[in-house]
Design a protein around this ligand. Structure first.
Ligand code: ATP
Length: 442
């Protein structure tokens, strides 16, 4: 760490330089006046200890000049005697600390330096983590897929990133709604601000209000102290309300108020608190239906609608199944430090035939199990286990002629519909006579 000591008293200057140089990581340079310090600011010190009374500049003036040059330079003010008012005003303006020239100044300086070292480490760690998260959510690489559906989603994400609209992400379970929400946040101008997810279906009903808006001490039995809610945590960043369709209708009015007025009241509190964050919501339900059925407020629905992004189910994503399967196999091999395995043609066909009611989450689990089950370097059909028996897979699992397939499908439908030929003919949109004929021919 580069440290500048600005001190016109020779004895004190020596004392400070000596104390600071005890740490071999410090590179310490002394200055006796403000001007020579200002001339050398371009060397970018990390910290300056600043004597408040210098011959050429007033402490405040020099402080402002340093901060104007680079607000990241930390300044520890050193003054002759306790001057609380100046101390408070400088701390408010961003001074790191304020020390008086007393007997224990050495110990206090060492303490301040240790503290500063820890803070800098934390800041660096946060910055590294932030960069890692941003890299992870670079959406072109985190959202895998090349189908038309996914390409449409990419386009919409780009639009969501460049505006501040509320985004409503819909799609079946496991289609990647949370992945998309994170991709939007971490690629938007708010990426350095908090991303706060709240899953409505995971919070007990009577705690949702306090979770979202916080509570004051004693607001209800068990409210031991004041608690900040998710809206306050997300202030300036993004709040992601997952499974919004599960929210109790009585709370929906409060949510609408928070969104429209940009303020909330903590449970048990009387004061309003300003909250301003980008809102992303997700749902696996058809919210329009929920509005029709009286389970979701129409005014809230329109407030949230903003930019709708609908994620297609995996079974409609063409070859994405194979691209994702390959990706999950590779990640699994990497995480478990084992060799990667490839899917045989037949195994690929088996994957393509299944309908994935649990979508990408289910495919990931299937691939990971297959990686464990496969003995050699290839994954064969027997290594692939589907959690649910799937009619499509059953019907399409063999090499049959069109006619044989027709018959197989008809038999399956008959079985599922109590051999009601009229019903099956209606469902398949074919004549009853065709069914009779095919059954007779075989
Ligand atoms: N396009 C994608 N590429 C790679 N992985 C994906 C993709 N979409 C989803 N995933 C992975 O699939 C899993 C499920 O995704 P996610 O939790 O975002 O789904 P969801 O729609 O929010 O589910 P739910 O509605 O059940 O909460 C996660 O492990 C996620 O990393």
């Amino acid at each position: 760490m580069k440290v500048f000591v600005v001190e016109d008293d020779v004895w004190y200057s020596k004392l400070l330089v000596h104390t600071l140089s005890l740490n071999p990581d410090h590179e310490v340079t002394p200055f006796t006046d403000g001007k020579s310090l200002l001339d050398q600011l371009k060397q970018k010190p990390d910290l300056i200890t600043l004597d408040f009374r210098l011959p050429d500049y007033s402490g405040t003036e020099l402080f402002d000049k340093i901060k104007a040059f680079d607000p990241n330079i930390e300044i520890v003010i050193i003054s002759e005697q306790q001057d609380i008012e100046t101390a408070v005003s400088l701390l408010k303006r961003g001074a790191y600390d304020y020390l008086t020239k007393s007997e224990d100044i050495r110990d206090r300086l060492i303490h301040v330096m240790n503290q500063l070292g820890k803070n800098r480490e934390l800041v660096q760690r946060v910055e590294t983590l932030q960069e890692e998260v941003e890299r992870k959510y670079d959406f072109q690489s985190s959202i895998i897929g090349q189908s038309k559906g996914v390409k449409r989603v990419f386009k919409l994400i780009e639009k969501a990133v460049s505006t501040n609209l509320t985004v409503m992400i819909s799609g079946e379970t496991g289609t990647g709604k949370e992945v998309v929400a994170k991709a939007i946040h971490y690629n938007s101008p708010l990426s350095k601000k908090p991303f706060v997810p709240v899953n409505m279906s995971a919070i007990p009903k009577d705690l949702v209000e306090s979770e979202l808006f916080g509570h004051e001490k004693g607001a209800f039995t068990g409210a031991m102290g004041q608690r900040i809610g998710k809206f306050e945590q997300a202030h300036g960043g993004t709040i992601f309300l997952d499974e919004i369709g599960e929210m109790d209708i009585s709370l929906q009015a409060k949510l609408l108020r928070a969104l429209q007025e940009k303020e909330i009241t903590r449970v048990g509190g009387t004061q309003t608190v300003k909250v301003n964050s980008r809102v992303l919501v997700a749902t696996h339900r058809n919210l329009q239906e929920e509005v029709k059925n009286g389970n979701f407020r129409e005014d809230l629905y329109y407030r949230l609608f903003g930019l709708p992004i609908e994620l297609p189910p995996l079974r409609e994503r063409e070859k994405d199944v194979l691209i994702l399967a390959k990706h999950f196999a590779e990640s699994f091999a990497k995480e478990n430090k084992q060799a990667n395995k490839s899917f045989t043609k037949e195994a690929q066909q088996k994957l393509l035939n299944y309908s994935y009611p649990g979508n990408i989450r289910e495919l990931k689990a299937i691939v990971e199990l297959a990686m464990v089950m496969a003995d050699g370097s290839e994954i064969v059909p027997d290594d692939i286990t589907f959690a649910q028996r799937d009619v499509v897979t059953d019907v399409l699992s063999e090499d049959l002629t069109m006619k044989e397939y027709q018959l197989k499908i008809i038999r399956l439908y008959l079985k599922q519909n109590d051999d009601n030929i009229k019903l099956v003919a209606d469902k398949l949109d074919i004549g009853q006579s065709t069914i009779y004929r095919l059954l007779k021919e075989n």
